[in-house]
Design a protein around this ligand. Structure first.
Ligand code: NAG
Length: 151
């Protein structure tokens, strides 16, 4: 995504329900930095609470990342993190090039934009969502978690 496109998206997102999210956590093995995360809807972010995502609706997650690795065919996945195992959200296309410019470039600030649909069949419950971007060659990862409530 070009920088202009990102700015347009960010401005569009500057609606009542979009907030800057600060209470995300990097994974211990993460090879990247994350900045300027905006989630729509997430009015709860003002109080550092989990974003409430209604079922059967669209949500947006946008941020800037700076990876310590390059990747020509990067993969991505979102998981619901639990104590024992991470459950993948199965309706996510794992081709990371759909959400960011490819190739992913080492030591460079880049933009990420997810438009995510929350299906009706999701259980209304709290999730720790884990974002993972992986270089399939080196297995280096960009990884962080954030909190949502499916409502
Ligand atoms: C979600 O977004 C898709 C693609 O833009 C659109 O076709 C669909 O109508 C939206 N669904 C809702 C419930 O807003």
């Amino acid at each position: 995504m070009a920088i202009l496109e990102f700015i347009v998206v960010a401005l569009t997102l500057a609606s009542v329900n979009t907030e800057r999210v600060r209470n995300y956590r990097m994974c211990p093995n993460s090879d990247c930095l994350i900045y300027d995360m905006f989630i729509d809807p997430c009015p709860e972010a003002l109080y550092n609470k989990a974003c409430g995502w209604p079922r059967n609706s669209n949500t947006t997650v946008a941020f800037i990342y700076n990876p310590e690795f390059s990747a020509y065919s990067p993969k991505t996945q979102l998981y619901s993190e639990t104590f024992l195992v991470d459950w993948p959200f199965l309706n996510i296309d794992t081709n990371a090039c759909l959400y960011t410019n490819c190739p992913v470039q080492k030591d460079t600030e880049q933009y990420w934009l997810f438009n995510l649909f929350v299906p009706e069949y999701y259980e209304t419950t709290y999730h720790i969502v884990k974002f993972v971007l992986t270089d399939t060659i080196s297995n280096q990862q960009c990884c962080f978690t954030f909190d949502i409530n499916i409502i």
